[in-house]
Design a protein. Structure first.
Length: 335
């Protein structure tokens, strides 16, 4: 198939694009190479993708409608949309970036899909949309109406924008709610990368809410496998009867649904740090800090719908995933 991957030089987009290329798909990647984190990491990911003869990369921002239109051309069989301004905490510092990239950029892509619809559009969302919800685990059918940050609000807005385009123009759309994805080639602003970098350099690690946090850590290979299976097994079908699958989030008026992708096993932050310590072979010095604005004490995905749709449930434990990341980090940074 001919597949568009936005954010192809980013963490998740890179892994997805590489998997698609390995199975023989033609992939067109778009990435803006923003300096939100080390651009050399994005450049290195892009270089690996460029080695495949079936890959074509475009360096542009989604806000550039004319450039995006040229790259989109006559359309694609499949669209994976990962490009976004990421980061919960950064949304407190630079909120405009979230409006420009997440709202305007996604709108531009939706307009192009309106003109040349794909067979299936899969758009990244986030567990952050569950916001202030106190009931866990989080189900796709739960209300997600109280976002705690502009980042979460922008991603919930993406879900609603995509629903309207799906309803009006019949675009089969799956919104993917990710839960704390980690693994090799991960982002430097995320906890695992920060922990490993600090520990290898003899610096303390920062634990918010005094370490009393739980996260549903999802290994990136599991995420990619789930997204690949959703591509084939579960495109929302126009006119499908609503509710034929237990717990389905399928819209009653559009070929649109939302799916959690998480491990479904929340891990205490102290246990996660212990896994990092075991992989590195040294103890971490801890700096305990209060909860940050916009953060939540726990995330926990119910993944029953994913399994019912695809027959798959993420399974990689942190005892495997964390050492894999540490091995990658040591090789890349020679530590």
């Amino acid at each position: 198939m001919r597949i568009l991957v936005t954010g192809a030089a980013g963490f998740i987009g890179f892994h997805m694009a590489r998997r698609l290329l390995e199975r023989g798909d033609e992939v067109v990647g778009i990435d803006g190479f923003t300096p939100y984190y080390d651009v050399s990491l994005k450049t290195a990911r892009q270089a690996l993708l460029d080695q495949h003869g079936l890959y074509t990369g475009h360096r542009l921002m989604l806000e550039d409608f004319d450039g995006l239109q040229r790259a989109y051309g006559d359309g694609f069989d499949i669209v994976y949309h990962f490009a976004a301004q990421a980061g919960v905490r950064y949304s407190l510092e630079n909120p405009r970036a979230y409006v420009e990239t997440n709202l305007v950029g996604t709108y531009n892509l939706l307009e192009l899909m309106r003109a040349n619809p794909p067979r299936h559009a899969l758009l990244a969302s986030t567990s952050s949309v569950y916001g202030a919800n106190a009931k866990i685990p989080f189900f796709e059918t739960d209300h997600a109406d109280h976002p705690l940050t502009l980042y979460a609000a922008s991603k919930k807005a993406n879900e609603e924008m995509a629903h309207s385009y799906s309803h009006l123009f019949g675009i089969p759309t799956t919104m993917l709610r990710f839960f704390t994805v980690y693994g090799p080639w991960g982002r430097p602003d995320m906890a695992l990368f920060k922990f490993v970098a600090a520990m290898l350099n003899g610096q303390p690690i920062e634990l918010y809410n005094h370490g009393k946090m739980r996260r549903d850590f999802t290994y990136v290979d599991d995420l990619v496998e789930a997204m690949l299976r959703l591509l084939h097994n579960a495109p929302p079908v126009p006119g499908s009867p609503h509710g034929t699958i237990e717990g389905d989030s399928l819209s009653p008026v559009a070929p649109w649904r939302v799916v959690n992708i998480g491990a479904g096993r929340p891990v205490e932050l102290e246990d996660f740090v212990a896994a990092v310590e075991a992989a590195i072979g040294r103890k971490a010095e801890r700096k305990l800090l209060p909860m940050q604005s916009g953060d939540v004490p726990a995330t926990f995905a119910n993944t029953d719908l994913l399994e019912r749709l695809t027959g798959y449930r993420p399974s990689t434990p942190i005892s495997t995933g964390v050492p894999n990341f540490v091995a990658w980090y040591r090789e890349r940074y020679r530590q």
